[in-house]
Write a protein that binds this ligand. Structure first.
Ligand code: AOY
Length: 459
């Protein structure tokens, strides 16, 4: 079986496009941007993987051409497939893709409506290849969007920590619970890594190896702790809930341990089991028990759980005037958590005098799956071409949606006092887009440290 056949990694209609450009077309130049959306700046992340996994090296072979020829003749019932075009790449370029890709540094935070990547063919005969690669390259939307939303949530949590607690605790405030809720292992890998640009807590193990494989490191960029699931509690039987909890404290003698506590009655678990039966064990323990509610209306359940734990196990008041549970106990909410819920829960806690120090969040589907290309309106459009030897600007400007207007000409991304700006390539100013791929070669690779540094939140 042939893996990652680039000839098959595109939309069907692109197979017929080589015959649709004007006669004499020798260059197609396209760019990638976020046309706005939920957040007004986006993290650029994930192109490095797409290049390494799908584009780098001699990716066109005789066997791949044969496979594509057979598949496309069945698919279209005619010979639309541009065999000569691909054989030209195989023979003239030893199977290496004759395109140049320039892109923002991985982890860079770019305001929407700016160019983040450009691509053009480097061989005039291969004008058709630029946009053939759109389908694959636009998949960068996913890593960018996960990293962007995770970073926006970091801003929200930081605001509450600054107001009510200790911002130093930010790294473990949003834990990735999303592995099971994504459509594929590849998505878990990319999304899991994207989240770790901003935070250090994850249960999505695939994201860790993704970072090692594609950001050339042996480092481990995410951490977790022993934690219960319902089966490990409920298998003890309803009458033995306290024994199941005691076992957690006995098995994991010190450090952090998380226990999902809503199997039967989360309020009874907090007030009576954790709060009375196991109170001494918890308070004498060298570590922190993390109680996890997992049902109900998140902001109400979280507040009530924290109040019960506070009443029974104790709390203090910090320098900012907010209550913090004794250090032996914390709460993690992982049910019904999304961008809005986190703000609601923290606001409700603050209104009742509780510090954000007391809680962390788990986020699954909403972190890795409940987002799409329109969350940040990512698009890839042709902005320049050479036809019959003449350079021309190319653009669309639909009267039915001015938001879909595209940029014109060859572009660059420059830095200004206020941030980034997209200007004509011929304008003054240093281009922040970096050549990352040319003619089959990867020209630049970022370390995960660099990615994290580029995306860091400056206050
Ligand atoms: N993990 C912190 C460590 C992880 C999890 C993973 C779905 C954890 C739970 C916890 O404390 O409770 C996938 C649901 C939960």
């Amino acid at each position: 079986m042939i893996r990652n056949n680039i000839l098959l990694l595109s939309d069907s209609y692109k197979i017929s496009h080589y015959r649709q450009y004007p006669p004499g077309t020798s260059s197609i130049y396209s760019y990638f941007e976020s046309r706005g959306g939920r957040f007004n700046e986006v993290v650029f992340f994930g192109l490095q993987y797409l290049i390494q996994n799908y584009l780098e090296g001699a990716v066109v072979t005789k066997e791949k051409i044969e496979e594509a020829a057979t598949l496309y003749s069945g698919h279209f019932g005619s010979s639309l497939f541009y065999r000569e075009g691909w054989e030209y790449i195989l023979h003239q370029h030893q199977g290496r893709l004759p395109v140049r890709i320039k892109a923002a540094p991985e982890g860079a935070v770019i305001p929407t409506h700016n160019v983040m990547m450009t691509i053009e063919n480097t061989d005039p005969a291969c004008y058709w290849l630029t946009n053939f690669l759109e389908t694959l390259l636009v998949q960068a939307w996913y890593g960018c969007t996960v990293a962007t939303q995770s970073r926006e949530i970091k801003k929200v949590i930081l605001r509450y920590l600054e107001e009510t607690g200790d911002p130093a605790g930010i790294d473990f405030k949003l834990h990735d619970f999303g592995f099971r809720g994504v459509s594929s292992v590849e998505s878990a890998s990319i999304g899991g890594a994207a989240h770790l640009i901003n935070f250090m807590g994850t249960d999505t193990v695939a994201g860790l190896s993704f970072i090692q494989d594609h950001y050339h490191t042996q480092g481990v960029y995410g951490f977790s702790i022993p934690a219960a699931e319902h089966s490990t509690i409920t298998s003890w039987g309803r009458e033995n809930e306290a024994k199941a909890y005691a076992n957690m404290l006995d098995q994991f003698k010190e450090g952090l341990v998380a226990v999902v506590s809503d199997s039967y009655d989360v309020y009874n678990a907090c007030e009576n089991i954790w709060g009375k039966t196991l109170k001494d064990k918890i308070l004498q323990r060298n570590g922190t028990l993390v109680v996890r509610p997992d049902s109900g209306i998140p902001k109400e359940v979280v507040l009530k759980v924290i109040e019960l734990l506070g009443q029974q196990l104790g709390y203090s008041t910090n320098a900012k005037g907010y209550k913090v549970l004794v250090p032996q106990v914390r709460v993690i909410q992982g049910d019904g958590v999304d961008y809005d819920a986190i703000g609601d829960i923290l606001e409700n806690l603050k209104n009742h005098g509780w510090s954000a120090d007391t809680i962390a969040f788990g986020m699954g589907g909403a972190l890795l799956q409940k987002l799409d290309r329109d969350t940040q309106k990512f698009a890839f459009k042709c902005s320049a071409a050479v036809v019959q030897g003449e350079s021309r600007d190319v653009y669309k400007d639909p009267i039915t949606d001015k938001g879909k207007r595209s940029k014109r000409g060859r572009l660059k991304l420059i830095q200004t006092e206020t941030g980034y700006q997209t200007v004509a390539e011929s304008d003054l100013g240093k281009d922040e887009l970096v050549a990352v791929f040319e003619n089959g070669k990867m020209l630049k690779q970022y370390s995960f440290e660099e990615v994290k540094k580029n995306a860091a939140i400056r206050s």
